[in-house]
Structures are given as structure tokens and as C-alpha cells.
Design a protein around this ligand. Sequence first.
Ligand code: GLN
Length: 224
Amino acid sequence: AVAIGILALQGAFAEHQTALQKLSLTRKIEVILVRTVEDLDRCDALIIPGGESTTIALLARLSGVLQPLRDFVLKKPVWGTCAGAILLSQTVEGAKKGGQELLGGMSISIARNGWGSQVESFEADLDVAGLRDAERPFTGIFIRAPVVLTLAPSPDDPPIEVVARLSSDLLPEGFTSEDSANDPKTFVALRQGRHLLTTFHPELTQDNRFHDYFVRVCVFPATQ
Ligand code: GLN
């Protein structure tokens, strides 16, 4: 079986565990909650949950897993949801200097709490072509979600694929965009090589098709 870790320092790790356990009925995966370097060493891939990105980074440093996580990202598939998406980004806008440590992995810049205080949380139906049973929309749950600002892959990086975007009429007020098809602010799920990023929380739905997508598209090709 392929061992998929879930970083379990803070945030919605238990919900990811439930979703993966459901998936393990049909796919050969083992689920590991990761709190130490020893846990991480057993993993073939990792999920970083939503929560509070600064807290997760701080706890990772205190637990001695921050540098091992950075090394992990260079070698193995990682999926970040919400706060995890922030940690997977190369740069975060508006962070206080020294206030936010990142892991990198995806060549993008992102803004924390990018929808502002007026639109802290919302749900939106997403059409995601890459999912199983793709004609059924996926409910994106956005909670103090980050917003993707720029895609900046260098020539040596794998290309970035837009896996899901918000349709422009679902963009919160103040986010109307003239060319929303190409506006990174509408990009809510991205894949770069073996890494996946979602600014919303698939683990807070009963629908585990994004977990299936990660395993099928990012994890299995990299491990088998
Ligand atoms: N706002 C959080 C952060 O900046 C992310 C919110 C979430 O994961 N739901 O880390």
C-alpha cells in the first residue's frame, strides 16, 4: 500500500483522515497522522490540512519537522488545502517579515484571507473536469480562504495546471474581473507536477472525489 500522511499539528486533519479511510476501501492506501520526523519518514505522500498557516508553521518548527517537510516537498507529492495551500506557496503577500514560514513547492504567490473580512466564508459549486463523475459539481467550501495572485513557474519547473476555477459571477464583490478565465484570483485548485493545491476544503464535505484525484493523479504516478 502507498502511505499517505496527514500533517496533524493543527487544523482539519481528522476530516482528511476520514476521507482517506473511506477511499482506502477501494484504493491501496495506508493513512498516517504525521507529528514527528519518524512519522514523516514513513510517508510516500502528504496532505497539509486547513487551519491556521502561521500556527501550523510554528508548531512544525517546534516539533522539528519544518526542515524535513521542506525536504519532503522536493521529493514527494504534497496536497495543501487552504492553510496548507498557503504553506505550499513560494511567496505569501502581506506577511510580516519573519511572520510566516513556508514550505514552497508550488511556484505561485498567494494572499492570506484574500477575500477580506466582508466575505469570510462562502460555498460555490465548482465544475472540475479532472474528477471522477465530473458532470456532478463539487461543493467548494471556502473559509477565510487564500487567493492565488500570480503563477510564476520558472522554465525548469513543471507547468501549472488549473484544476478548478470559480466562475466570474461567483466571485465575491470587489473581485469582478475583465478576463476571469485568465485571472489567477479565480483559480481555486492548481496542480504542478505531483503537487496539488486547493484554496477550499474538500475534507469538510462528504465528497471524497478530490482525495481520489490526489491519489490517482499525483500520488500513484509518482510512487508506482
Ligand atoms: N486564514 C487561514 C490562514 O491564513 C486559512 C484558513 C483555513 O485554512 N480555513 O492560514
